[in-house]
Design a protein around this ligand. Sequence first.
Ligand code: ADP
Length: 351
Amino acid sequence: MAEPIIAFDGVHKVFEGSNRVHAVDDVSLTIDAGEIFGVIGFSGAGKSTLVRLVNGLEPVTSGRLVVDGHEVSALSEKQLRAVRPDIGMIFQQFNLFGSKTIAENVAYPLRLAKWDAGRRAARVAELLAFVGLTDKADAHPSQLSGGQKQRVGIARALATSPKILLADECTSALDPQTTREVLDVLRRVNAELGVTIVLITHEMDVVRYLCDRVLIMENGRAVELGDVYQVFARPRAQVTQRFVAATMRDKPSADALGRLAATHPGRLVTVPIVDDAHTDAERSSVFARHGLEARVIYGGIIEISERPYGSLTYAVTGADTAVDAALADLAGSGGYTEHDRATLPNSEGHR
Ligand code: ADP
């Protein structure tokens, strides 16, 4: 069993001031050593604050937070300085020094940690090789692309061999292709160096590509936490359902259904993809088995944690009793949703 490397126990963070903000509200959870843990939520949900508590950039207001055996919620600023080299951080805006070379940027935390010049140079060379930027050592940040800058950020964050890497919206300024490159580097950081990664994002696509588990935050609270596949496939909280729907777009809107209903006769049924080879084969042949004709009119399937996920919407024609029998089969093996034509926009259409 993996050991927790981060443990929140009833943690609160309140920003006092003219506008009192309860940014983190009674969060209790653990993050295991070696996992890639995603934190997702809309802007203002408290994601950054939660993560900044981990390295003590923000002090905990109440509750207990233990990071790698240190109770950071009880440490002084001086004691925190001793813990921080074990926790790297990367940012959306890269936060590189524009006047320093790439090598100098990466060497910066080693200078702070008082490494001598020889060891520093060797370590910088090793880090630049790891992120594939050896040939950029003497360049300045302005000469690099966004993806390259973030790889420099990763190299710098790893300089002191941290056990934990905090990534705050680290791909939000990047295009999808570059995002993928940076996520691949993070995957290697985790797999080859064994670094635990806590990654904040507002993009479910980033979570499904990289993370083992995901936490959904809303109004400072941890509203849902689970394996990425489980959370995607059976989102419970409304906010999670909105994130999943925004990523997937596999289910037709009422307007789209109304348009489809106007041109496709039959009963309209959405069938989720079930990640079980046996059940799935049975489900995909269910309409044919009952002598029905089923036409796919909408849908989407993607891969999450290397498993298929999504849904297909069919227009099913044939005897009503046969459709009912097919739907009863589906109900027993993973469910379905039937859309009532009478409730759809512009629904005169066929039946
Ligand atoms: P997210 O990362 O999910 O966008 P944040 O953690 O940045 O959310 O912010 C959560 C809430 O805390 C917001 O209402 C934000 O305005 C507030 N907040 C964040 N940092 C501070 C601060 N230093 N002082 C006062 N309020 C803050």
